[in-house]
Design a protein around this ligand. Sequence first.
Ligand SMILES: *Cc1c(COP(=O)(O)O)cnc(C)c1O
Length: 406
Amino acid sequence: MATKPSETDSERGQSTRSVHSGSQRIKGYHSLTTPIVQTATYTFRNTQELVDFMESKVWGDGVDRGEYGRYGNPTIAAVERRLAELDAGEDAVLYGSGMAAITTLLLAVLPSGAHIVMTDDCYRRTRQFCQTYLRRLGIATSIVPAGDYDALEGAIRPGKTRFLITESPTNPYLHVVNMERFAAIGKRSRTLTIIDSTFATPVNQRPLEWGVDFVMHSATKYFSGHNDMMGGVIVGRSQHIRALKDARGVLGSVLDPHSAYLLERGIKTLGLRVQQQNETAMHVANFLEEHPAIEQVWYPGLSSHPEHHIAKEQMDGYGGVVSFTIHGDLQQTSRFIDRLRIPYIAPSLGGVESLIEQPALMSYYEKTPRERQELNMHDNLVRFAVGIEDAADLIADLTQALAAVH
Ligand SMILES: *Cc1c(COP(=O)(O)O)cnc(C)c1O
């Protein structure tokens, strides 16, 4: 579907990469899977070995062993290589959560007095970090409407703006950013660009191939795929990622080796899961759009979606999240959700289990109705993150629950 502007080194498909890239063998064990090197520190046989290690560190001629858990781990390094390949990047760095990834990136690079520009549909905690924590450090954030490229370019302060940050597709309205235009604005203004690509995964889009500088994911979602671990990753050019690994060693935002193992295990089925989720979400979106109890559906694969033409150009699939409003108020919408038998009521997305939530009661509960209205978080809005259950079962479940409120 998408025409890739550049081919990556490897001509292999995403499922082959998901299964094989970065596989780590440890001599003598003949283990097929990457061993979990569950250690906080690494030993030196004698003082000479320590001195040799320190010399190679000082002279920067490649360190190929561990020193201390916060600075590196072979299990984590193996997963990082796999993630770099999947997103067509030179290198990747893993963190203890998606938020640890984005906050470490910003703290590592931004000097005091700097400025960043972010689109208005960004992950709520990312926005909160910029507007409260970074502000205290004298770093200003401008927020522009997603999809308004003139506003994005106009908000750049020459010599001050260091980052342009966006998300695609966004949460919960699944806006799709034109990555080529976004990257071009960054290049023209010598500003680094970041895309949070969590909702897409590298199976559906690879922002680095469109010229974006950093791609970020919450690995908690599709990469893990099983709702059983938390992690975050940033992929980009080697020189940038090296600095981010150093920053991780100082800020302490590390992943633990056991979670890295779970993550690698999850990634092996990423291609299969995401293709199934793309397909199921498309069925669900089509079904909902035809249903009389539904007011509006947001899904990038629908031709009614405002950025469908962009999604078609740059994505290989449209993801597993469908958002919609039903005809009814807050209570009627809750009643519909409570009638469903398959999806769990929970935040998050990307796992094998379908999850459903009413943003007005989940992420925006403490806001007043008026504030929610201003944020476009309508009482009757539902976010449905499909799992890998049979599409027919999910649609039958939606049918019976909608019948009860309609
Ligand atoms: C979940 C999420 C995050 C945060 O990741 P955590 O792993 O929960 O810290 C950031 N961005 C998006 C789009 C997310 O969905």
